[in-house]
Design a protein around this ligand. Structure first.
Ligand SMILES: O=C(O)[C@H](O)[C@@H](O)[C@H](O)[C@H](O)CO
Ligand SMILES: [Zn+2]
Length: 304
């Protein structure tokens, strides 16, 4: 097995909840969000500059839009973001009748955005269960609800042939698979691809953000475990564990010139300053893992 190397790329760059990394291949930049500080970050790997745009609501995810700007999940609104003026324009509001907020989001190979919500948060790891949903935003800007009864909508990934969509609702501690119809943008035949072993909260935590590699293996950030796991979704087996020196690991994406570097975000929300100082000095940092012997494909952008 390869021997991975974990490096800090951006120390403590997220004050609360680093999430949603997306590698922008065209500019060799890493986009990511600090959901609760309401910031979208853009780190240019070529210059080392990390710039950010501050918004007026939580930002669940960010993906680039081919026609310019970005799509973000702003509170409950799928919105367009113009970076230079920090202007957000609403495309559609989801979950209008409830206190949820948009969480993780990603584009499929056709350039639709898939994004889900999570239950109203009373505090860190304390939120309403079963009130959230999973949506897609099509190229024509129509919004479809695909799943309801969700608690914390999280990681999304598609197999290389686009016939399977993988999906995480974190507290279930399972990674689901669906048949995916790329033409229509529809999911069907839900099943369990990976199930976290019982009584392993300290080692596996809860599945959060995820990505897939060219061999269709899943790479999953595990909240509270300080780890990224590699799973085989065909067998449900754990293939590898990479320890990350920050407990609240939130999400992952492939990046770098060859898309063989795994970028990892994490959170510091819910930790006291003392706790961070003494045991979690790297909380909120962005990490890069190399030497994994795996790589991803360029991330898709919104085509609408
Ligand atoms: O994607 C996610 O898993 C969520 O954004 C979480 O990180 C929660 O917000 C966390 O449970 C803190 O309350
Ligand atoms: Zn997440």
């Amino acid at each position: 097995m390869s021997s991975p190397k974990v490096e800090v790329v951006l120390k403590n760059s997220c004050g609360l909840l680093g999430e949603g990394p997306h590698w922008d291949d065209a500019t060799q930049s890493l986009l990511y969000v600090d959901i609760k500080l309401m910031d979208v970050h853009r780190w240019n790997s070529l210059t080392g500059e990390d710039s950010k745009v501050h918004l007026k609501d939580s930002v669940g995810f960010v993906v680039p839009r081919r026609a310019g700007g970005y799509v973000i999940g702003l509170g409950r609104r799928l919105s367009l973001l113009e970076w230079d003026t920090a202007t957000a324009t609403t495309i559609a509001e989801v979950d209008q009748d409830r206190g949820t907020r948009l969480n993780d989001g990603k584009c499929d190979a056709r350039g639709r955005v898939w994004a889900g919500t999570m239950g109203y948060e009373r505090g860190v790891d304390n939120y309403e269960m079963g009130t959230a949903s999973l949506y897609s935003l099509d190229i024509d800007r129509s919004v479809t609800k695909h799943l309801s009864g969700i608690s914390t909508s999280n990681g999304l990934a598609w197999s290389g042939d686009n016939r399977v969509m993988y999906y995480i609702d974190s507290p279930d501690r399972k990674i689901y698979a669906f048949d995916y119809d790329l033409e229509k943008g529809e999911i069907s035949k839900q099943r369990v691809a990976v199930e976290y072993p019982a009584d392993t909260m300290d080692t596996y935590g809860e599945p959060d953000g995820m990505t897939i590699d060219l061999d269709d293996k899943l790479w999953v950030a595990c909240w509270r475990a300080g780890a990224v796991y590699k799973f085989d979704p065909e067998t449900g087996k754990t293939l590898q564990k990479i320890d990350i020196p920050a407990k609240q690991t939130t999400s992952v994406c492939w990046g770098g010139k060859n898309l063989d570097e795994l970028y990892v975000t994490c959170a510091r929300c819910g930790m006291t300053d003392e706790y961070v100082r003494e045991t979690q000095p790297l909380a909120g940092s962005v990490f890069k893992v190399t030497g994994l012997g795996a790589k991803g494909r360029p991330a898709y952008m919104y085509e609408g």
